[in-house]
Design a protein around this ligand. Sequence first.
Ligand code: AMP
Ligand code: MG
Length: 407
Amino acid sequence: MISVDEAREIILGSISPLRGEKVSLLEALGRVIAEDIYSKRDLPPVNNSAMDGFAVRAEDTWGAAVDKPVWLRVVAEVPAGVVIRRTLGKGEAVKIMTGAPLPEGADAVIRKEEVEERDEKILVRRPIPPGLDVRYAGEDVRAGSLVIAKGTTARPAEIAMCAAVGRSFVSVHQRPRVTIVSTGSELVEIDGEVSPEKIINSNSYALAASVKACGAIPVMLGIVPDERNVLRRIFLEAAKGDLIISSGGVSVGDYDLVKEVMQEAGSELKFWRVAMRPGRPLAFGFIGGVPIFGLPGNPVSSAVSFEQFVRPALRKMMGFKELLRPVVRAVVEEDIEKSVGFRYFIRGVMREEGGRYLVKTTGGQGSGIISSLVKANVLIVLPEEKELVKRGEEVEVQFLTDDYSLV
Ligand code: AMP
Ligand code: MG
């Protein structure tokens, strides 16, 4: 049996990011950019006005005061997107809109609200410093410079930058196709004929949802009975994906055949037991070079194992650098007992009170109790060496929230 950390190290050490693919810019949202992005031109491309007002030669206003105003002659008007081919002469001003290119000779902008407009003239009552309300060419981005480094996650800010430098397509790491197999002769599909001895296959849906929630593509291959030949055939089929998840059949029962099939020719079993609860039986290996996770069948065990191992692996494939869930420290509101030697992942509800986090368990922690997973917003992580966590102690807590807007 190996530790959670050793298991993660083996898994992540044997998985590499998938290749890049070109996608249209908006498709890149939430994905990891797989190329360095440079700007071909200066941003902004020319000196322009930051305000609606008047472009002037700053020195023309020097000496101006409330009781000693300076008159400037308004010789033209520039709306945004228009260039005027006139050089500003001494004592002249040009009416200018935000974003419009500054005319030759002008070096400052006076806001509209600051001047009095009379006929074709403006009255200025203070000296204007050079550069006032001017946006300089290249002040944001210099032509030829790197604007987004490979490995950056595309948020709306990165999408803005790509668009601003003229990129309608960008390369992002591919989304892994994840094939999902649920093993167990007792299983039926949701709409299948349910008799007392049958269990509805909820794991395929739970796992597919988790795969989707982290941005990968689930392919549900359905239920497989506990028969070696059928299992072997479906695993070979599943190896057409980028990663395989199977659930059930990894413990020590007579019908637990997953790890045996993973030890046959063409496959490789790296480990099959991890010192954690829930989720101790957990096989990891390769079939035809494709990583396969043999998760336990109990619904909570498979969900917790997915969180700890499969999600980080998928995130690595998608090019993310942050692979694990964010964790915080929280004060536990009840005593919790555990066995030494195992890392525990306990379903919890956390809330914030008076600037600190408080957490309690969601009740029944059996590995088949889905209702306590439904109530949970965190997993309380208790270290291997602990035997008892007392009420009032601080514990590590893993968030379980996702942003489903990307699904
Ligand atoms: P196993 O790991 O195959 O021994 O399965 C343990 C228990 O988990 C079984 O007795 C089932 O009750 C449950 N189980 C296994 N597979 C699934 C599944 N796909 N959906 C829901 N429950 C399952
Ligand atoms: Mg089974």
